[in-house]
Design a protein around this ligand. Structure first.
Ligand SMILES: Nc1ncnc2c1ncn2[C@@H]1O[C@H](COP(=O)(O)OP(=O)(O)OP(=O)(O)O)[C@@H](O)[C@H]1O
Length: 464
């Protein structure tokens, strides 16, 4: 059998993309997978230089055909090299590339065969694994956000509602209140949940690094840019981008960001080719953007573009009911991590925690429990195991027990008012049918009946 006659069937049967080039790098043949991966039609692809793929793994050392013009031709072999190629629509595709040159009877190179394995899915699985690991550590609560206080329940409801839309969300709140968790929850509750969630901390980079981080750059765009790099917007394509500390981005970058948000296109630094990006925008800040606008350091038009649906993460000091719950959550997390058999807190330790004002919010509470795990060798964390700042007092950082009771009573009263209102509304919509109202609120019919009694709702009077 002359195997040579069947080469086309052979390359079609390979699952990866296969491209055959001549010694000048011109594409002679490609299988269907290669065409799908690159987005080209056969007639657009064959005969073109392989350089249209802009493969970041290729080292071009000369110009024309000949032994030394391409790194592959001098080495003869490439195995599983991680690189990016450009799709026809300019998007980057992450691949594993292998290549081998072939020779004629005189030992001269006549071409090469390249196989391209699309590893974007592997990257997605890696990301999912990271996110699963996070979920394992934060298994309680709503997407890892622990809290049962009325204000947190309203927050979960807001997240669920806005997640289904494409509306830009801005998350406000003091440091450590869980803004990043809320951003993840918006992404994970919405239709983009299987696509990437990409976070950029806008405060940690200077102007040029931030632009290259957001939009990517091409090789040679500036000193030190010795290879192409895809930006976070491109990496987030199809998913969400979370711009943390948005209040800290420089004015010049704000102008570019606004254009990207309006046109849904990016240009890499040093390039003028536009790349379409479909990305949901979620931003967060603990700064007062209105004041930054007054001070002329934040653009008002950008503010209106990103602040369509603000969500506020409440400080811990305003949701005292959540402190025992979150503290116990961190006990469970640390017990699993360290293997220590610590089960909870002594009543005095809990009293100290309830009366402390937690300026660093949940992050500080998390650190305090971690600190206690180092010192505690029994089964309960006592006040002696907590950081000193939590237990000193009374002082400006401490409330009295009476003040705590007042805060708790106030928030429970708010919850009761909300619950009563919600129940009356559901009963009105269900025209008094308790089973339908129960389904609408997501509770049992018995709970509806109990709440009607508890809040003294008169089905005649209150539903009119
Ligand atoms: N309600 C919560 N339940 C459980 N863990 C929480 C909660 N809120 C915050 N955390 C944890 O506290 C830490 C800080 O949260 P996060 O980074 O989301 O806060 P942030 O508001 O984004 O802070 P910063 O403004 O400083 O970036 C994280 O470890 C997070 O997992």
């Amino acid at each position: 059998m002359d195997i040579g006659k069947h080469w086309q069937t052979i390359i079609e049967s390979v699952q990866d993309g296969v491209i055959i080039v001549d010694s000048g790098g011109n594409i002679m043949a490609a299988n269907t997978t290669a065409l799908l991966m690159t987005g080209y039609k056969k007639e657009e692809f064959l005969g073109k230089s392989c350089r249209i793929l802009n493969c970041t793994g290729c080292k071009i050392v000369g110009k024309g055909p000949g032994k030394e013009w391409c790194g592959l031709f001098s080495r003869g072999l490439i195995r599983d090299k991680k690189c990016f190629i450009s799709h026809k629509d300019h998007r980057s595709v992450q691949i594993l590339k292998s290549a081998t040159v072939f020779y004629d009877d005189n030992g001269d190179i006549v071409g090469a065969v390249e196989t391209l394995k699309d590893v974007s899915d592997n990257i997605k699985f890696e990301n999912e694994l990271i996110s699963l690991k996070k979920t394992y550590l934060l298994e309680d609560g709503f997407h890892g956000i622990v809290g049962k206080s009325p204000v947190m329940q309203s927050l979960f409801e807001l997240i669920e509602n806005v997640a289904l839309t494409e509306t830009p969300v801005m998350i406000l709140g003091d440091s450590g209140t869980g803004k990043e968790l809320v951003a993840r929850a918006v992404h994970e509750t919405g239709p983009r949940k299987d696509k990437p969630f990409i976070k950029v901390n806008c405060a940690s980079l200077n102007e040029s690094l931030l632009e290259s981080e957001l939009f990517g750059h091409v090789k040679g765009a500036y000193t030190g840019a010795n290879r192409n790099r895809i930006g976070r917007f491109e990496a987030a394509h199809g998913g969400s981008i979370f711009l943390d500390e948005i209040g800290d981005i420089p004015m010049a970058t704000q102008v570019k960001l606004l254009r990207v948000l309006e046109e849904k296109k990016i240009e890499k630094v040093g390039d003028n080719v536009s790349i379409d990006v479909d990305v949901r925008i979620i931003t967060a800040t603990n700064r007062n953007l209105e004041q930054l606008i007054q001070e002329n350091v934040f653009r008002e038009d950008l503010f209106f573009r990103i602040n369509v649906f603000p969500i506020r993460c409440p400080s811990l000091v305003h949701r005292l009911d959540d402190i025992p719950l979150i503290a116990q959550h961190f006990i469970n997390v640390n017990a699993r991590k360290t293997g220590k058999n610590i089960l909870g807190f002594t009543p005095e330790a809990m009293r100290q925690m309830m009366t402390y004002h937690w300026p660093g919010n949940v992050r500080e509470l998390r650190n305090a429990v971690e600190y206690a795990f180092v010192l505690c060798n029994g089964s309960s964390v006592g006040p002696e195991h907590l950081p000193e700042r939590v237990t000193v007092g009374p002082g400006p950082g401490k409330r009295s027990v009476r003040e705590c009771r007042e805060v708790l009573a106030e928030s429970r009263a708010d919850q009761a008012v909300d619950e009563r209102k919600q129940l009356i509304q559901a009963l009105k919509v269900a025209k008094g049918n308790q089973s339908r109202a129960a389904r609408a609120i997501g509770v049992s019919r018995v709970t509806i009946w109990k709440r009607i009694k508890k809040y003294g709702i008169d089905l005649q009077r209150d539903l009119d």
